[in-house]
Design a protein around this ligand. Structure first.
Ligand SMILES: Cc1cc2nc3c(=O)[nH]c(=O)nc-3n(C[C@H](O)[C@H](O)[C@H](O)COP(=O)(O)O)c2cc1C
Length: 408
């Protein structure tokens, strides 16, 4: 039997093992210090904002199958590792619409970001600028195109458009985007009617938020969030300044249910830059859009917030890329929560992924710092997957490919 040799305890050695760093008195800092995954950051976010806000971000349509299926498909991705390849230099850069970015990740358009954290859209755009990434501002943003351009002049920015029934109003917003340096128009086409969001209905979610009796309790639970809300400029749809309606009143004006291919062709006559159509959910539409010459598409079911039982973007990605990938950029979104998910999407042929909830968890948890942490985590995990699969560049991830494990 082997025995360890014993000695008297060595106090010097004991003290050398102690980590003398005191825990931070700043609650956000100490909570964030214990986060290692985007899911950890989501848990911090839940502690920081009222339930109605967290549910608005995390929720999806009806039984929320759409987002669950996207997540489940990512979890079934099985990589194809090759060993004995020199991975001492890993390069995550790629090209999005022909221009170099540091990561194959785009910040998706999300409405109402100042509801999640008082610093709102500029905090996210600042991270995009610092990390050489693309930020897409939503038509439903709480920061207008001009305010965003002023706050973060050096960000590479796209503008997401909901084409409105009244084309004069649309042109007004398109002009705001053009005049303020937005390089690409992202036309969201999966909202001919609004999805049915049960969590929001149950929570009595309204945009802007209404103060009810139950809100008083919510204020007591999250005083700092409320203090920030009440001491910063009122929440509003900044692109529609002067319009005083709530979201439900605006929806029929903003979401044009008669939107068709002709409207995309009309947009091509009034917008000189690239056009990306977001919300493509089948190969046929991808092919039609390639034919009329748009520069990119986002395979997306709006993070499961619109059609609940639509296709899973990752599943249809290979056939779409095979059909149109040589003619345009093909992005994908919905349920990207880790660097492994980014790897899987690229390996299946995507030009890049868009992330929505992942960065919004960061925003809710800790504003700009929270978004930075989310990007750090995604990047570290992506580099780790690349190292372990022997892929040194985004192009090599595509060559390596993956398979989606069959169910069962
Ligand atoms: C809170 C929230 C607000 C959103 N607002 C918009 C929007 O204004 N316009 C739009 O095109 N998509 C919007 N989306 C959808 C995102 O652009 C993106 O398609 C989706 O979030 C991707 O799924 P993920 O959140 O799982 O990453 C929103 C998503 C969330 C979570």
């Amino acid at each position: 039997m082997i025995k360890s040799k014993r000695q008297l305890p060595n106090p010097k050695y004991f003290f050398s093992l102690i980590d003398w760093k005191l825990p931070s008195l700043n609650r956000s800092k100490s909570l964030m210090a214990k986060t290692f995954t985007v899911a950890d950051i989501a848990k911090v976010a839940k502690k920081k904002v009222p339930k109605v806000v967290f549910d608005y971000v995390e929720g999806a349509a009806l039984e929320e199958d759409g987002i669950a299926r996207s997540r489940a498909t990512f979890a079934r991705a099985e990589f194809y590792p090759q060993i004995l390849r020199d991975v001492s230099n890993i390069d995550t850069t790629t090209k999005i619409l022909g221009k170099k970015v540091d990561l194959p990740i785009i910040f998706a358009p999300t409405g109402y970001t100042r509801l999640m954290h008082h610093t709102g859209e500029p905090a996210v755009a600042q991270v995009a600028a610092d990390r050489n990434m693309v930020y897409c501002l939503s038509t439903m943003g709480t920061t207008s195109p001009i305010e965003l351009a002023k706050a973060v002049p050096d960000s590479r920015r796209w503008f997401q458009l909901y084409l409105m029934k009244n084309r004069v109003d649309s042109l007004n917003i398109i002009n705001q985007a053009r005049e303020n340096g937005f390089e690409t128009l992202v036309v969201t086409a999966d909202t001919p009617v609004l999805g049915i969001r049960i969590r929001d209905a149950r929570n009595g979610m309204t945009v802007p938020p209404r103060i009810r009796l139950s809100t008083v309790l919510a204020i007591a639970m999250k005083p700092r969030w409320w203090a920030n809300l009440l001491t910063t400029p009122p929440l509003e749809f900044a692109a529609f300044r002067g319009w005083s309606q709530t979201l439900s009143e605006l929806a029929p004006l903003i979401f044009d249910s008669s939107l068709s291919y002709k409207d995309i062709q009309w947009l091509q006559t009034v917008w000189e830059g690239p056009i990306v159509v977001k919300g493509v959910q089948c190969k046929e539409d991808a092919v039609k859009l390639a034919k009329i010459g748009v520069q990119g598409i986002v395979l997306s079911n709006h993070g499961g917030r619109q059609l609940n039982r639509g296709t899973v973007p990752l599943e249809i990605l290979p056939e779409v890329v095979a059909a149109v990938g040589k003619k345009m950029d093909v992005y994908i979104d919905g349920g990207v929560m880790s660097g492994q998910d980014v790897y899987a999407a690229i390996a299946m042929g995507a030009t890049a992924v868009m992330i929505g909830r992942a960065y919004l968890y960061g925003v809710m948890a800790d504003g700009q710092r929270g978004v930075e942490k989310v990007i750090d985590i995604l990047k570290t995990e992506l580099i780790n997957s690349m190292g372990l699969t022997g892929t040194r560049t985004v192009a090599e991830i595509k060559e390596a490919g993956i398979r989606i494990r069959p169910i069962g």
